[in-house]
Design a protein around this ligand. Sequence first.
Ligand SMILES: [Zn+2]
Length: 632
Amino acid sequence: MFRTPVLLVTASLLAAPAFSQTPIRITADLTDAPRKLYHAEIDLPVKPGPASFTTPEWIPGNHRPTGPAEDITGVVFTANGKTIPWRRDDTDLYQFHVDIPQGVTTLHVHLDCIVLARISDKLAVLEWEKLMLYPANTPVRNIPIQPSVKVPAGWGIGTALQPVGSYDPNAKVGGTTQFEPTTVEQLEDSPVITGEYFHEFALAPEISPKHYLDVVSDDPKDSELNPKTIAAANNLVREASTAYASHHYHVYHFLLTLSDIAGGEGLEHGQSSDNGVQEKGYAQPGLAIYNGELLPHEFTHSWNGKYRRPDTLYQTDFHKMQQGELLWVYEGMTQYMGNVLAARSGFVTTAQYRDLLAASAANLDNKPGREWRSTDDTAIAASILRGGNPAWANWKRGQDYYQEGELLWLDADTLIRQLTDDKKSLTDFLQIFLVKGGNTGQLIVTYNRQELIDDLNQVVKYDWAKFLHDRVDLINPRADLEGITRGGYKLVYQDHPSDTERMAGGGRRAAGPNVWYSLGLRISAEGVISDVRWGGPADQAKLAPGQRLVAINGRTFTADRMREAIEEAKTSKEPIHFLMLTEDYIKPVDIDYHDGQRYPVLVRDNSQKDYLDEITKPLTTPEKVPAEKKQD
Ligand SMILES: [Zn+2]
């Protein structure tokens, strides 16, 4: 209550303006998508004199400067039929300077973008930073723009943009579709998917506003989706609407591509999400577990990340650095709730939820980089930690604020339950933090750490400042396993992988044997080492990323022989003997390891209440998700 006045001011400042100015008009031409080219025709309202235009640099949700300036090509400015010269800014390479002649009120720009990802012969995804050009040094929420999209004949379009007039995406007519004017800020937040094999499903029709699942695929059968995935998606809309008790959009579209060519994606937007999985990403049971969290995670972001945005992450244009400090909330709490909602909705079972949590917690608890780097630093440094080479990644740490945040918010959830004798939970916090302003349209309302502390204290009085400080800011050599312990489980290591690890691992391409918690190696099925656990047995034997294990105990390397050798070493004093290929040198290496195979799993501790099962119980009556055939 005490925050409301501040928030209302913030909200009104950030609301979309009325369109008194002439909007920019942009037509995105995706008809050359199969040739890996997008084109744009842009009409910019201008006045005579010097003017500067820009393409976006810092893309919201990417947490780093990924605007594709280097792929934008064929840029030509014209006015009244004449070409206008341009010059790129010397220090800001995203900016173009032009001198607008007298008498010119509209500047036309043609540009192309070379697009190598999220595209195949049958489908295309447009994130607008690939084509947008707009006045530089202007808050993007103040720039009106009217988009149109041209796609190949017979392709359907999925987007949260509002079509002008009636539009039936399932009619799949192709051609040009015009959309209502919006702002540059919102257009950047409104991707488009299009494809020959397109299907739109209306989800949970009793809930307002409307929710849709728009699917494109390389194989026509896949865009039909299976009944299990559709039931889980319906459940997800109901579960999130109940857990978050508000909506901050006029309509929501899950945009989903099923393609081995277009590549993976998970990018949040306020009214939609851009989700990319494998061609059989939901048809193959192992992959479906692996992908179970994707839609719940990206949907959660509409509340946590898009509506509620860390104050230093939000910037008024796409040129200022988006600061990562609070990403353990933006991503970490979304990681927690994404996995919880995946279980509540039926994308995964509760047993699978626990197995995935065990895998994530064990990974963090065996990450030596935490001896020098705090969770806070993984968030601050987010823009230099995404992607990158896996070599020594465990010593460097990556964007650990996702999984660290998951454990932290599980810790908070179980703590709230315990402190309040089960009368309250993190849901009570979410229904304060995510619901301020009630139901809104598209809006960005910023927050800082103090607001989190105040809102947690509204749920239950506790030293939340210290709770967050201890877990986020301090160096913690061990992961925060308190939530798992308080949740009624223990993280232990057993000699065989969990069913979930076996299924999810088997679903993914060339996953090698998991010897991370035994030998301390990440290896492919062919024995190529991608990472060596700092301080682990393989590190002590001086193995290195990039090397390849070619032989084990005198025989050619295979995953099965690796597992057998680790088993046999349990009762032997002999080290395990390897032949190692380093570039083009072969040398013998011994690893002196005798503790057997180790795979993480959660086991029930009956002395504690089973909060984990409590947490993953649906809040609504679930639509029955058809059982899967058991897979070996
Ligand atoms: Zn995310």
